[in-house]
Structures are given as C-alpha cells and as structure tokens.
Design a protein around this ligand. Structure first.
Ligand SMILES: C[S@@+](CC[C@H](N)C(=O)[O-])C[C@H]1O[C@@H](n2cnc3c(N)ncnc32)[C@H](O)[C@@H]1O
Length: 215
C-alpha cells in the first residue's frame, strides 16, 4: 500500500468492501432506487474504490461510470464499470449526457467552501440532462455525529475499536475540509437548493440524504 496515503489507508481499514456495499445498498433503498429505471446512465462522483458502483450493479443498474481523483483507489475497484480519474470540480462529461449523478461521501473533501461546491454542482448540472437527478449522501453534524466525534477522541475507545481508530485517523487527515463542511450547513443547503429542485431531504445518523432534479 506504499502509493496509498495515510487517509486512504485509514479509509480502507474503516470497513470491508462488503460492509460498504451493504451500507450503500441500504441508503439507495431509502433514496428510492426501486423506482429508478435500470438502464439510467448513472455517474458516481467521488467514487473512491468503487463500492457504490458495485452496489448499483447488484441492484441491476447497467450503465454506470465512476469518477474520482485518486488513481490508487480507482485501481482497487473490482468491477466492470467505466472509470475516470479526474477532479470532480471539472467533470470529463459532455453536456446533458447522463440521467443521474450520485455522490456518497465526497463533497466534504472539497477544499474551498462554498465556492468549490458551487463549481462541482454547476458541473453536475451541466452533465445531467434536463430533469436528471442528483442524489447525495454526506456527513452532517447531527447529535449522533457529535457523540461519534466525542468517542473517537477517547484513546481507550480507539485502542479497543479498529473502526473508531480508522474513523479518527480519517478525520485527522481531512479535518480542514471536513470541519469546514460540517460548520456551514445552512450555506451548503442554499447551494444544493439553488442548483436542484429538492424532492427528498433527510438528516439521520450523522448524514444528510438529498435528492433533487435538474431543471
Ligand atoms: C470518503 S471517499 C468516497 C467513498 C466513495 N463514495 C465510495 O463509494 O467508496 C472520498 C473520495 O473523494 C475523492 N476526492 C477527494 N477530492 C476529490 C475531487 N476534488 N475530485 C474527485 N474526487 C475527489 C477521494 O479520492 C476519495 O476517494
């Protein structure tokens, strides 16, 4: 794992691929995947090692592509969907070329907020056909997440739980962007709602789930 940075190593330790795939399937169920046509052209941005793509494939979706900045994480993807190494602030996609864009934990890595969120969502909107859907799951500072933060700061908890230790390590390496993201929920919501017409919004267990249409 020598070409993998410490954040990526902790991310790989945090949960097994199978656990992550199950988690993604659970979320996609909540987000209404049963109603989505199986041949939608779906782009997963910030796709990491591609377990979101594997979850979508298992649910029967056939036309998938993943985009992520990290060649090392993309390399660990074990599937047959198209992949592209790129910065999601500038998507390598033609205008109106896809039906749905999904992000499951990536926007909180953007360095300059809310400007980079503006850039990324403008790109998503450009790549979506009119009426296309944007689906997002990102960390959100709910009471549950505050408890998780508190626990992951306790040395004894980190020693007893590999998962908490991996979580604390990830937070340490992404702290600037992560806390910048968590610290301005109202501003971020304004940006989502300006780019997309909201059809689903829920905060739960330290996450925000959002679905909106491109008009
Ligand atoms: C928490 S991981 C995402 C997990 C992922 N959704 C999955 O399905 O496995 C965050 C990802 O964002 C990627 N990333 C960070 N900044 C990025 C950017 N500007 N453009 C594209 N990807 C980026 C990282 O390489 C990392 O894979």
């Amino acid at each position: 794992m020598s070409n993998i940075n410490p954040w990526e190593q902790a991310y790989l330790r945090f949960e097994t691929p199978e656990e992550e795939i199950e988690k993604f399937i659970g979320r996609l169920n909540q987000l209404g995947q049963k109603e989505w046509p199986r041949d939608l052209k779906i782009i997963e941005i910030f796709c990491g090692r591609g377990n979101g793509l594997i979850a979508l494939k298992r649910l029967g979706f056939t036309n998938l592509m993943g985009v992520d900045l990290s060649p090392a994480l993309l390399k660990s993807y074990q599937g047959d969907s198209a992949l592209c190494a790129s910065d999601c602030r500038w998507l390598p996609l033609a205008d109106g070329s896809c039906d749905m864009v999904i992000v499951q934990g990536g926007l909180h890595h953007l360095p300059v907020l809310p400007d980079d969120l503006e850039l990324t969502l403008a790109e998503v909107k450009r790549a979506l056909r009119p009426g296309g859907k944007f689906v997002m799951v990102e960390p959100w500072l709910t009471p549950f997440l505050r408890v998780i933060h508190f626990l992951s700061e306790q040395r004894i908890v980190r020693r007893l739980s590999k998962k908490f230790d991996a979580f604390a390590t990830m937070v340490h390496y992404e702290r600037e962007t992560y806390f910048s993201w968590l610290g301005q929920p109202e501003k971020l919501l304004v940006v989502f709602r300006r780019h997309f017409s909201e059809v689903f919004f829920r905060k739960q267990y330290g996450k925000v789930l959002f679905v909106g249409y491109s008009s």
